[in-house]
Design a protein around this ligand. Sequence first.
Ligand SMILES: [Zn+2]
Length: 292
Amino acid sequence: MPLVNMKPLLRHAMDNGYAVAAFNLVDYNTTKAMVKAAEELNAPVICQTSAKTIKYFSHKEIVSWVRTVAEDSPVPVVLHLDHCKDIPMIEACAKAGWTSIMIDASELPFEQNLAESLKVREIAEKYGVGMEAELGQIMGVEDDMVVDEADSVLTDPEDAARFCAALDLSAFACAVGTAHGYYKGEPVVDFDRIAAINSLTKTPMALHGGTGLSDETFAKAIERGAAKVNISTNLKHVWVQSFVDYHTAKPTDFEPLRVMDAQYQACKTMFSGFIEKFGGKGRGSEFLSTLG
Ligand SMILES: [Zn+2]
C-alpha cells in the first residue's frame, strides 16, 4: 500500500497502548527486512533515515526502495526523516515522498528552537506529512552531533506543553534519561517525567535511544505515552556482526547473495523482536480499519 502519514498512526498507537518501532535503514536489504518483519506480524513500522544516509545515497534512491517494498505490502509503512537541522534538506524529503519529517533544533534556546520548528511546521502542512520535533537534549552521539552527559538537559514538562501546543506534532522527542548509542551502565529513565510530559502535551512521545533498554523500561515508557521507539545502534551492530559471523563460519564462501541473505535474516529477526516487544503485532490492519 502507499506510504502512510505518521500522525494518525502514532495517535492510534498512543490511544491503544503500544508503540511503533522506528528503525534507521542503511540499505535496500535492511529496508526490505523491516517491512517484511512488520508484514509477518501484521504490524505498522516506521522506516527512518538519518541525514547522513540520505547524503550517502540520495532522496530518490531511498524513496524508491521504501515505496517499492511498502507498495507490495498490506501493512502501514511510514518513511520518516530522523534528526535533521537542515531546513532545505527537510523540505527536500517532504517533496521527495517522505511521509514524516523531523527538525532537531534542540541545541538552541527554547524560543529559537520553537521558531525553527515552526518553519518546519509550515513545510509539513504544505506537503501533508507528519512531523517530529525535539525539546531538551538527548545524550550521546547521533550522526555527527555529540551531546555529553553534562550538557544533556531533561525536558521540562511545562516547556513541553508550550512547545507541543504551538506545533501540533505527530511525535514529540524529548530527553527523559535515554541516550543515543550503547549505554555504559543501566540508564536512569525518568518515568514520572514521561507521564507528566504526556499528560500535559497529549502528544505521542518518540523515545530515542532504544538500543539497550530493558523490556521493563520499554513497557513502562509505552504505558506512559511513548508511541514511537527508535532503534538504530542495534541495527548497525547486527548488520556488521551478521556479515562477520557468516564469513567466519564459511570462510571460503564468496557468494554475495548468501552473505546478504544472512544479514537480511539476522536483521529481520531483530526487527521482529522489537516490533512484538512494543506491542505492534496485529495493529497493522487494526489501524487501517480506523482510516475508513
Ligand atoms: Zn534520536
